[in-house]
Design a protein. Sequence first.
Lengths: 64, 139
Amino acid sequence: MKNNLRELRAAREWSQGDLADKLGVSRQTVNAIETEKYDPSLPLAFKLARLFKRPIEEIFTDAG
Amino acid sequence: MKTPTDSESSCGFGPHAALPPLLWGLASGLSAAAATVLFVFFKMPLPLRAVVAVLPLLPSLGYVFCVVRMFRRADELQRRIQLESLGFAFPATAILVMAVDLLEQAKIMPGIHWGWSGLVTAMCLFWIAGWVMASRRYR
């Protein structure tokens, strides 16, 4: 799955650690999602959508 | 549902969280070694032998409690990494034990009396190896 999390985070001038704190996950998790090595669970994806005030499909797109 | 706070998420499987289980594990191993020494060098009455035999289980329970707490506080990626590392460690230990046993039966290598400590050490080493490999995958 592709995502534009890095751009969204950069636009708010948040570090990966800042975003991790807001989501209640580790910085490694944020990094793995941004580098598209890990697809988040649905609850975490919804959390991201709420945090960035965007629909999920605007943050995550199907790579296939 | 309770979400982990910053301090809790750092307690998941982060470097700071590894110390308590490490200390409990060390205490468990040392107390078990002490019990073995006591059994070898001292003759003790039955009730005392039972107490000495059971005492090392207390720090072992502390170790189990710490590991369970680490899993409960871990986020979803950390849990996946741990699942992958345990999924590696369990069969790897089984294969190692089987290989050593077969080599002993074939009289290719001398009999090794593993004991529980050798088995636990092998499991822990494979767990750490699996942890490192799985962590690298998501780095």
